[in-house]
Design a protein around this ligand. Structure first.
Ligand code: GDP
Length: 498
């Protein structure tokens, strides 16, 4: 038997069609975009050969030409590689902050508390009353400085209060990406009861998933009617514990100080249930809660540490600025050398004034921090050219089909209660299997900036019926790319949603 001549496989003459799937691709990590020259080095290929390969697939490229990701992917596939984007400088520098702490390293940290409620119900008075009595009583003593937050030390624990009360500041911070508040204290004046901004505050706290403790304030007033407030709270699903509900409700008076110790006690209790923990032994990260230009000290910012410990002399990046922490002061104006979790410190040394609500991170290498900051400044400039786009009704359709969205968050504003009811009824009829509505806030009156901030923080759409958006709200909405839609006919609203 003459063995059949085994033919050698033909030498590849034509380049493979680039789409051909290769088997078991190896991974090649690349910085993208990449030049032909650099790609050739990565592929251990002669640049002239690579240029030929590119040419055969219709791309005339010079050796210094930069290649797009899709082309690089195809070429690499041909060489038996799948590409992986090498982590960017920012990702590398911040990687340490992404690491998850092992349980044994975690320690309890003080809760961070924000006061919210209707205007004039006593948020500022309560903050001041607590500050005056508790800070002065504490072991440090001394006069307090307004740095945007302060800490009280109690026999059973510590609490950090954010000094900017109100839900707008709260949600604006959240819109920047960092929710700092652990517990919301909802302040309701005992003589006034639930008012529109009380309702707003509740919705903002709920949208953020932050637990609410109610302080019924001004109980010293003769017109105070605690039971009426509790009844109203029940209607809003905030039934007081002594009424069979779950909401901690404390009668207080900022004027006489009555009930304040009890309120602080309740905050500590709630915090214990939340088991708030952080690892003080890692590089610090946290949030900017105040920033300004000081005549003598240059840019000054109050930072609230969320994890790790910030030390004097360390370098941070905050927003698009960086700097070595020069002076660090606590809320009593005392110089400190470190700030553990939940500790607010005023710092100087930053290269500019970061935005409130922006996150900060310790970066080991000052040079890296500087480069990152410059890169961020450049990116910000680019972004300003390209307007940001948040969710719009038009995007939704494709996102729903891709299965990316299962819930449509809505903010409804209308002229009268009857309109709100009618819209909700119509929306209910449109409820489908694939997608659910979640009305995160509803109210009467024009669309205001607080609605827009909430929409930004929660990726919601705003629908107005027989109402308009206030100028400020329109401006903010346009700047942030929030979809604000107003209607005069329910049918049209329903049709759009459909
Ligand atoms: P905010 O707008 O919620 O910060 O409210 P403020 O703290 O500015 O208080 C509004 C007004 O209510 C001020 O005139 C306070 O003096 C007064 N006020 C606040 N708390 C109390 C209280 O417990 N009792 C009485 N009688 N008045 C209070």
């Amino acid at each position: 038997i003459i063995p059949k001549k085994v033919e050698k496989p033909p030498i590849e003459q034509k380049p493979l069609p680039l789409e051909q799937p290769a088997v078991a691709l190896k991974t090649l990590e690349l910085n993208l975009p990449i030049t032909v020259k650099d790609l050739a080095i990565k592929l251990q290929e002669k640049p002239s050969f690579l240029i030929k390969t590119l040419m055969s697939s219709g791309l005339m490229a010079g050796i210094n030409q930069t290649l797009e990701e899709s082309i690089v992917a195809k070429v690499c596939q041909k060489y038996g590689y799948q590409i992986k984007k090498a982590p960017g400088q920012e990702e590398l520098a911040l990687r340490v902050h992404q690491e998850i702490d092992k349980g044994e390293l975690l320690q309890l940290r003080p809760p961070i508390v924000t006061f919210m409620g209707h205007v004039d119900h006593g948020k500022t008075s309560l903050l001041d009353a607590i500050r005056k009595t508790k800070v002065a009583e504490s072991e440090y003593g001394g006069i307090t400085q307004h740095i945007g937050a302060y800490k009280v030390v109690l026999p059973r624990g510590e609490i950090t209060f954010l000094d900017t009360p109100g839900h707008e500041a709260f949600t604006a911070m959240r819109a920047r990406g960092a929710g700092v508040t652990d517990i919301v204290v909802l302040v309701v004046a005992a003589d006034d009861g639930i008012m529109p901004q009380t309702q707003e505050a509740i919705d903002h706290a709920r949208a953020a998933g932050v637990p609410i403790i109610v302080a019924i304030n001004k109980v010293d007033k003769p017109q105070a009617d605690i039971d009426r407030v509790k009844k109203q709270l029940t209607e809003l699903n905030l039934t007081a514990e002594d009424w069979g509900g779950k909401t901690i409700t404390v009668p207080v008076s900022a004027k006489t100080g009555q009930g304040i110790d009890n309120l602080l006690e309740m905050i500590i209790l709630e915090a214990q249930m939340l088991e708030l923990k952080a690892n003080p032994k890692r590089p610090a990260r946290g949030v900017v809660i105040e920033a300004k230009l000081s005549k003598g000290r240059g840019p000054v910012a109050t930072l609230l540490v969320q994890n790790g410990t910030l030390h004097l002399g360390e370098v941070i990046i905050a927003d698009k600025y960086y700097g070595k922490m020069k002076g660090m002061y606590n809320d009593r104006g005392q110089s400190v050398t470190s700030a553990p979790p939940s500790f607010p410190v005023e710092v100087s040394g930053l290269s500019g004034i970061p935005g409130v609500g922006e996150q900060f991170f310790v970066i080991e290498d000052e040079k890296v921090a500087r480069e990152l900051a410059l890169k961020r400044q450049e990116n910000k400039r680019q972004q300003q050219i390209k307007a940001v786009k948040r969710i719009s009704l038009e995007d939704l359709h494709s996102q729903i089909q891709e299965g990316k969205i299962k819930e449509l968050k809505l903010i409804l504003k209308a002229d009268v209660q009857g309109s709100l009811e009618a819209i909700k009824e119509t929306l209910n009829k449109l409820q489908s299997q694939e997608i659910k509505w979640n009305i995160i806030h509803e109210g009467m009156g024009s669309i205001n900036t607080s609605d827009v901030i909430l929409a930004i923080a929660s990726d919601a759409l705003i629908l107005g019926f027989h109402v308009d958006a206030e100028e400020g709200a329109k401006e903010l909405g346009a700047k942030e790319g929030t979809d604000i839609r107003t209607y005069n006919i329910i049918y049209e609203l329903a049709n759009d949603i459909k």
